[in-house]
Design a binder for this molecule. Structure first.
Ligand code: UD1
Ligand code: UDP
Length: 382
C-alpha cells in the first residue's frame, strides 16, 4: 500500500497541545507516513509541550525572536516551510487554528500546490480586529484549505455561510483528546508550593492573559482588577503563570508584584496546567484553549475579552464574558466569589467542544479523502 504522507505544521504552545495528539495518532496508523514540522514561533513554550507528548519534529525552523513582529514571523515561516515542502513533498499539510504559523504554513503549502487540512476550522467573531490577527488568519486559511475539521456545529455553520461546504468534517476539538491524557487524580506538581495549597478551603483563581489586542490599556485594566480582587477577598489565592512575551511580563509584574496572595509563576508544562485547572475554583483568562478546557473540568470561566469565537460554553452557562474594563471584571468576579448560588450555577462540567475522539475522526476523514476507507467518520455528537 502506498502510504499517504501527512505533515503537521505548528509553532506555538496551543497549536502544539492540540496537534501533538493528532501527530501521534497519524504516526500510529499504517496507512500514513507522518511528518512533523515546527516553526518554533514559540521556543521554550513549544519545547515544553513536545517534551510532555514525547514528540520529535522532523523539521525545526527555529524562527523565534524576542518581541517578534507579525511580518517577521509570517515571512520567516513562509520561506522556511517552502524549503521543507520542497524537500519532503507531503500529500497533505495540516495546520491548526489561527496563528501566524498557521497562516504562513497554509500559504506556503498553497504556493507549492500541496493540499491543506485546517484543524480547528470555522471559528469566527466576524470582527477583523478582534482577536487580532487571529480572526483574519483563520479566515484566510479557511479560503485556502481543502479539508476543514470543525470542532462544533456552530463552526461548521460559519463555514457554510462562507459557502465552504466541501471537505468539511465535524470532529470535536483535539484539545479534549489532549486533556484526557493529562489530568489524573493524584497529580504531584513539580513545584512543591503548588502541592502545599489548600485547594478545598482557599479560593484559587487561575489566571492567564496574553492576547495582542489586550496590549496597553485593556491589559492595565485587567491587572488592576486582578489586584483589587485579591485585596478584597482574603480567601483568594491568585495563580498566574505568566506568558513569556516581554509585553505581558512587564504588565503582570508592574501591577501584580509584591502581593502575598498573588503568585506570578513561570509558564507551566501542559500536564501541570491541566491538573491545576482541575483543582482551582475559578479561571480568569483571555486564552482560547482555556475556554475549552475549563468547562470540560467543570470550572467557571470569566473571559477577559469583549467577544469570543467560542460561544458554546457561554450558552451552556459555564463561561461568561467579563470584558476588559476594570469595574466589570471586578464586579463579575466579586459576584462569583461571594454568591455561592451564582457560582454553583456556572460550576458544572460541560463538553460542547469534544469527546476525546477528534484525532481519530480526523485521521479517518483523511484516509477517506484519499480513498483508503469506504466511509467518512461519524460526525462528533451524532
Ligand atoms: C501567539 C499567537 C496567538 C496565540 C499565542 C499563544 C500569533 C500572531 N499569535 O501569540 O494567536 O494565542 O501565540 O500563546 O501567531 N516568547 C518567548 N518564548 C516562548 C514564547 C514566546 O520568549 O516560548 C516571547 C518572545 O519574545 C516572542 C513573544 O513572546 O517574540 C511573543 O510571541 P508571539 O508568538 O509573537 O506572540 P504570542 O502573543 O505568543
Ligand atoms: N497552558 C499551559 N501552561 C501555561 C498556560 C497555558 O500549558 O502556563 C496551556 C493551556 O492549558 C492551553 C494552552 O496552553 O491548553 C493555551 O495556550 P495560550 O493561552 O498560550 O493560547 P491560546 O489558547 O489563547 O491561543
Amino acid at each position: 500500500m502506498n502510504k499517504i504522507k501527512v505533515m503537521t505544521i505548528f509553532g506555538t504552545r496551543p497549536e502544539a497541545i492540540k496537534m501533538a495528539p493528532l501527530a501521534l495518532e497519524l504516526a500510529s496508523r499504517p496507512e500514513f507516513e507522518a511528518l512533523c514540522c515546527v516553526t518554533a514561533q514559540h521556543r521554550e513554550m513549544l519545547d515544553s509541550v513536545l517534551n510532555i507528548f514525547k514528540l520529535k519534529p522532523d523539521y525545526d525552523l527555529n524562527i523565534m525572536q524576542p518581541r517578534q513582529t507579525l511580518s517577521a514571523i509570517t515571512s520567516k515561516c513562509l520561506l522556511g516551510v517552502e524549503e521543507v515542502l520542497h524537500e519532503a513533498k507531503p500529500d497533505l499539510v495540516l495546520v491548526h487554528g489561527d496563528t501566524s504559523t498557521t497562516f504562513a504554513g497554509a500559504l506556503a503549502a498553497f504556493y507549492s500546490h500541496t493540499a491543506v487540512g485546517h484543524v480547528e476550522a470555522g471559528l469566527r467573531t466576524y470582527d477583523k480586529w478582534s482577536p487580532f490577527p487571529e480572526e483574519m488568519n483563520r479566515k484566510m486559511v479557511g479560503a485556502i484549505a481543502d479539508l476543514h475539521f470543525c470542532p462544533t456545529v456552530a463552526n461548521r455553520d460559519n463555514l457554510a455561510r462562507e459557502n465552504i461546504t466541501k471537505g468539511v468534517f465535524l470532529t470535536g476539538n483535539t484539545v479534549i483528546d489532549a486533556l484526557q491524557t493529562t489530568v489524573v487524580k493524584d497529580f504531584t506538581f513539580a513545584e512543591d508550593a503548588l502541592n502545599q495549597i489548600d485547594y478545598v478551603n482557599r479560593k484559587v483563581i487561575l489566571v492567564t492573559c496574553h492576547r495582542r489586542e489586550n496590549y496597553g490599556q485593556p491589559m492595565t485594566n485587567i491587572m488592576t482588577a486582578l489586584r483589587r480582587i485579591a485585596d478584597a477577598f482574603p480567601q483568594v489565592e491568585l495563580i498566574y503563570p505568566v506568558h513569556l512575551s516581554p509585553v505581558v511580563q512587564e504588565a503582570a509584574h508592574k501591577y501584580l508584584d509584591g502581593h502575598p496572595r498573588i503568585h506570578l509563576i513561570a509558564p507551566l508544562a501542559v500536564d501541570e496546567m491541566h491538573n491545576l485547572m482541575a483543582r482551582c475554583h475559578l479561571v480568569m483568562t483571555d486564552s482560547g484553549g482555556l475556554q475549552e478546557e475549563a468547562p470540560a473540568l467543570g470550572k467557571p470561566v470569566l473571559v477577559l475579552r469583549k467577544e469570543t469565537e467560542r460561544p458554546e460554553a457561554v450558552a451552556a452557562g459555564t463561561v461568561r464574558l467579563a470584558g476588559v474594563e476594570e469595574e466589570d471584571i471586578f464586579s463579575m468576579a466579586s459576584e462569583l466569589l461571594s454568591n455561592q448560588a451564582e457560582y454553583d450555577k456556572m460550576a458544572h462540567a460541560v463538553n460542547p467542544y469534544g469527546d476525546g475522539q477528534a484525532c481519530s475522526r480526523i485521521a479517518d476523514a483523511i484516509a477517506w479523502h484519499f480513498g483508503l476507507r469506504e466511509t467518512a467518520p461519524e460526525p462528533f455528537g451524532a
